[in-house]
Design a protein around this ligand. Structure first.
Ligand SMILES: Cc1cc2nc3c(=O)[nH]c(=O)nc-3n(C[C@H](O)[C@H](O)[C@H](O)COP(=O)(O)OP(=O)(O)OC[C@H]3O[C@@H](n4cnc5c(N)ncnc54)[C@H](O)[C@@H]3O)c2cc1C
Length: 468
């Protein structure tokens, strides 16, 4: 290790290699899951330095844990407990943001944060439209294929990736930083690194497609009497305003009640008890109001629904500031943690089945695990739900981890096998959900991963787990 530390200092400078316990602590613990122990953390500043760090570690048989902003929610960005891994933090690889407005693209260092990228793009009237409640790095977003609240309109990170540069474990730098929107020339190599948790290589730079920054945004909160009513309203909005719909977030009564009990807000927007679901509807457009009156478009669409056959399902439509509605929505996770133990599940099902799935799980959990409440919220516009299972901590008995696993396994089975859903809609794969990955991933896919790993990282240097 001493020899490796010398080599790493020669590559990135003395200030780029951390070994003291105090300095390492922030690299050893994930946002929600994942605790490990690192031998060192190293902070390269250029793609070449990343590649040289990897070559130095691999040559000495030392495993490397790539880390972005460490906001991942499946424990995939932290070292294991062995104390022998080196954390490769991309935080200093954050100098380049080259915007090319006519191409509608930006060339970006992997360690650039989403907020820094959007700040640079704002000067050109552009935005990278992946929107979430954290501030990840671009490399981490690619490695986890981040979704976010506006996926219904813009799609995920994969949909915006044009070019990629990756450092392989042996120190090879593979650079394909194309700005082409059309390139039908065989295998799309960059896709191997999207959503595969950094296990095939470390992303150093990327070219991403960016879009015009919306000039208008309007939001409202509709009070729906049931999950089915949430879907009926979605159908109307799709027909009436189509691609103007940029967010469609449903928050259940249980989740709303938690925010009202523990959150920070100016006033309770609901008269009395919260509705079965509050739906945050957002429309946005880059067009100027003189060209398109967005407020009028929203009113017309809601009016069409309230005059249609499913009007009864919508009990109220609240007028207010969009940012207040988003503020309410963003407080759900933290508020639920005040209510007891929370098992947070990140699921998706086909949109049309979302209401039936949620109600089915709610009923079956009540029968099988009395005392466990479902407090769901999420991106119903794209079939995503954060299904939170809240219970009294005592319910977990002597083995809370086993109780949590039983709950997870029960819901995963219903979601994946009965409703054709996914056990990880947005957060990717990591130690936290590896058992589900192993259970539900077809053997062919895992065999392909083994071949890829053997080709790209034969000494298994990268990461603390495997997809094969
Ligand atoms: C409050 C909050 C809200 C969130 N909301 C959403 C949401 O709405 N949608 C969503 O999809 N996610 C969400 N997330 C999850 C998380 O923000 C994303 O997964 C994010 O993209 C991770 O990026 P990161 O830079 O933090 O990566 P990290 O957490 O540091 O790493 C995640 C994975 O990527 C790998 N990695 C990181 N950088 C690189 C690189 N340069 N090259 C190769 N591999 C790399 C790591 O090894 C690890 O496997 C949320 C998280 C929080 C805390």
């Amino acid at each position: 290790m001493q020899d490796l530390l010398e080599a790493l200092r020669a590559i990135v400078g003395v200030d780029g290699v951390l070994v003291e316990a105090n300095d390492l602590a922030t690299y050893e613990r994930g946002w929600r899951y994942g605790v490990g122990k690192a031998a060192a953390a190293v902070k390269p500043r250029t793609p070449r330095e990343v590649a040289d760090v990897l070559a130095a570690c691999t040559a000495r048989g030392v495993r490397v844990q790539p880390m972005g902003a460490n906001t991942g929610l499946v424990g995939a960005s932290n070292p294991d407990a062995s104390g022998t891994m080196v954390v490769l933090s991309l935080e200093r690889l954050a100098r380049t943001i080259e915007v090319e407005p006519l191409d509608g693209v930006a060339l970006v260092d992997a360690g650039v944060t989403l907020s820094a990228l959007n700040e640079a793009l704002a000067a050109h009237g552009l935005v990278f439209p992946i929107d979430l409640g954290a501030d990840p790095q671009l490399g981490g977003m690619i490695a986890t294929n981040t979704g976010g609240s506006r996926l219904v309109r813009y799609g995920d990170v994969r949909a915006h990736l044009l070019g990629l540069e990756v450092a392989l474990a042996d120190g090879t730098l593979v650079s394909r930083l194309t700005r082409l929107r059309k390139d039908n020339t065989g295998l799309d190599l960059k896709q191997l690194f999207v959503g595969t948790s950094g296990l095939f290589g470390v992303i150093t730079r990327a070219v991403v497609r960016v879009v015009p920054r919306p000039r208008q945004r309007v939001a409202t909160l509709a009070c729906a009497a049931s999950g089915e009513a949430v879907l009926q309203l979605l159908a109307t909005l799709q027909a009436e305003v189509g691609e103007l719909l940029s967010a469609y977030e449903a928050v259940s009564r249980e989740a709303l009640a938690a925010v009202l009990r523990h959150g920070v807000y100016e006033r309770n927007p609901f008269q009395g008890e919260p509705p079965a679901y509050a739906v945050l509807i957002e429309l946005s457009t880059a067009l100027l109001p003189a060209v398109l009156d967005l407020d009028a478009a929203l009113h017309a669409a809601l009016g069409a629904h309230l005059e249609g056959p499913h009007a009864d399902g919508i009990e109220d439509v609240l007028v207010g500031r969009g940012e207040d509605f988003w503020h309410l929505r963003h407080q759900v996770s933290e508020s639920l943690r005040e209510e007891g133990a929370v098992v947070g599940l990140d699921l998706s099902v086909p949109r049309s089945r979302m209401a039936a799935f949620t109600e089915d799980v709610r009923a079956r959990l009540a029968a099988r695990f009395p005392g466990v409440r479902v407090a769901d919220f999420g991106h119903w516009g794209d079939g995503g739900t954060h299904l939170n299972l809240v219970h009294d901590k005592a319910l977990g008995g002597d083995d809370p981890a086993a109780f949590k696993r039983a709950l997870q396994d029960f819901v995963y089975e219903v979601c994946v096998r009965e409703y054709g859903g996914s056990y990880s809609a947005e957060h990717g794969v990591g130690p936290h959900n590896l058992a589900a990955y192993t259970r539900y991933t077809p053997e062919t896919a895992r065999a392909v991963c083994r071949v890829l790993r053997a080709t790209l990282d034969p000494s298994q240097s990268l990461g603390s787990f495997d997809l094969g």
